[in-house]
Design a protein around this ligand. Structure first.
Ligand code: AMP
Length: 191
């Protein structure tokens, strides 16, 4: 049975790490909108230049751009076993558009996995990621991070009630160790 998932949480919550593990274990396709956007940024195209200025400012890319981007990939054969969306949806508009796309494709979401982590822990984690990484993300600095957290709290968390009403939200303690978080997710996914 396919698994169609969203992994949800603030920047630095560990979404990418956990989504990679879920991809390996269940064969679902990991769709990270942040990775897709960063690839376009480094292509040097005019669109990439425009996107880079938005990412570096810690702001959200416009909904129409994001909806088009995700529409292309959801239809790809690689999503036949399911997918895990990492970084999408981030606004109510995107959440509603996702619903429409899934209905058209004859698919349904199974779980929205929410990683809960306190803000003060996130700042420490992201700054450590920036310090350790040789090719640090240009949006992993304190100023942009605070902006990204503000955007998450203002524009992204309001989507949660939308998914809660559909009975899809599975809350996970994102402050536990990486392996413990993986174990909690596996329990939700029935493995
Ligand atoms: P992430 O790697 O998910 O933290 O995303 C990095 C950056 O890409 C975000 O701070 C946004 O600028 C942009 N981004 C990623 N996904 C979305 C989305 N669904 N909607 C708008 N902007 C996005």
């Amino acid at each position: 049975m396919s698994k169609n998932l969203v992994i949800f949480g603030p920047p630095g919550a560990g979404k990418g790490t956990q989504a990679t593990r879920i991809q390996e274990k269940y064969g679902v396709r990991h769709l990270s909108t942040g990775d897709m956007l960063r690839a376009e940024c480094s292509s040097g195209s005019p669109l990439g230049e425009m996107l880079k200025s938005i990412l570096d400012a810690g702001q959200l890319v416009p909904d129409d751009v994001m909806i088009q981007l995700i529409g292309y990939v959801l239809d790809e054969p690689g999503c036949a076993e399911g997918f895990i969306l990492d970084g999408f949806p981030r606004t109510l508009e995107q959440a509603k558009a996702l619903d429409e796309m899934l209905v058209k494709a004859g698919k349904e979401l199974d779980h929205v996995i929410v990683l809960g982590v306190d803000d003060d822990i996130l700042v420490g984690r992201i700054l450590a990621r920036a310090a350790q990484s040789g090719d640090a993300r240009s949006d992993d600095n304190e100023e942009t991070l605070k902006k990204r957290l503000g955007v998450y709290n203002d524009q992204t968390t309001p989507i949660l009630p939308y998914f809660e009403e559909k009975g899809l939200v599975r809350k996970i303690d994102g402050m536990a160790s990486i392996d413990e978080v993986t174990a909690q997710i596996n329990e939700v996914l029935g493995a």
